[in-house]
Design a protein around this ligand. Structure first.
Ligand code: RIB
Ligand code: CA
Length: 310
């Protein structure tokens, strides 16, 4: 597994989950929740807390065309709330995330690429090597929604932050797995999971509990929910345990010019097109539901197990 991310609170829990349960060959970082310097520093800090020596390659500092935005109102000014981080003792392996993604796609068999931030790096990789889709065993994104958005009423943040990149990804991958808000808004980690993590008292589980302290508070204030949607870890779990999720394949396009809908993933759920025949072939397996309690338990167990034996 190779994770492209913008840590970010839920990205951090996704990375810990992958470090525990997958063969994580590398992390690439992208501008998104916060700026590239913070997302990259956070990736290094997360690996250090977890005690995992995984390559970290820095990626795009800006979207392809869209103005640079952030989600610091959710993730805090530096991206991981006010959680105390260790002073990072190592540096990035390169500032060429795109080159690393392509190198891994060419050299690692059965590689699953998982993108859980804006898709700038993935779009740039497609531009450099359009054969990327054929070199991967699978490509899973946290992004989009068939239903309502989050950053706007119609758009989900990762797609909205770089809609041109998202459009390239949906247009050029013949098939991807879309773990969108339709399912991630059902995978909530709250006080019970936070307390379970804190009681495990490993460096990773204490770190994840502190992240949940922040996330539960912020989401409670913004949405009034008791738990926080751990979007990105759901995408990782969809690769590790696809049996826990259900969805359907549909044609998906990204709106680029709507004044109210820019960044919207338009999921065509009609059975056939206008006249009953498919206007466009399905290009995304869109997840709509999950065995939520099992997904939550698997994420928490993965984080606890990461250093339980240490
Ligand atoms: O909309 C949720 C997505 O946006 C998640 O990846 C979260 O980390 C933010 O990047
Ligand atoms: Ca993210």
């Amino acid at each position: 597994m190779l994770i492209d991310c913008d840590p970010g609170v839920d990205d951090a829990i996704a990375l810990l989950t992958a470090m525990s349960r997958a063969d994580l060959v590398g992390i690439t970082t992208v501008n998104g929740n916060v700026g590239i310097e913070h997302t990259t520093h956070n990736a290094l800090a997360i690996a250090q807390i977890a005690g995992v020596d995984v390559p970290v390659h820095r990626g795009a500092a800006r979207p392809l065309i869209a103005p640079t935005i952030d989600a610091s109102y959710v993730h805090g000014a530096t991206g991981l709330g006010s959680v105390e981080l260790p002073s990072v003792s190592r540096d990035i392996d390169s500032d060429d995330a795109v080159g690393f993604i392509l190198d891994m796609a060419r050299s690692v068999d059965d590689l699953h690429l998982v993108a859980v931030g804006p898709f700038t790096n993935i779009a740039l990789a497609l531009r450099r090597d359009p054969t990327l889709p054929q070199r991967l065993a699978g490509f899973t994104i946290m992004g989009g929604a068939a239903g309502p958005g989050n950053v706007t009423s119609t758009a989900e943040f990762n797609v909205w932050a770089d809609p041109e990149a998202a459009a390239m990804v949906f247009n050029e991958f013949p098939m991807l797995t879309m773990v969108g808000l339709d399912v991630t808004h059902k995978v909530l980690l709250g006080p019970i999971e936070r307390d379970r993590l804190r009681a495990a008292r490993t460096p990773s589980s204490l770190f994840a509990a502190a992240l949940l302290d922040h996330a539960v508070t912020v989401v409670g204030e913004i949405r009034g929910w008791v738990g926080a949607p751990i979007h990105d870890a759901s995408a990782v779990m969809a690769v590790l345990r696809p049996d826990l999720f259900s969805g359907r394949s549909h044609p998906v396009s990204v709106e680029l010019s709507g004044s109210l809908t820019r960044g919207m993933t338009v999921v065509d759920q009609r059975v056939g097109g206008r006249d009953g025949t498919d206007e466009a072939p399905p290009n995304a397996h869109v997840l709509f539901d999950a065995l939520v309690d099992d997904v939550v338990t698997e994420i928490v167990n993965a984080v606890i197990d990461l250093q339980a034996q240490d």
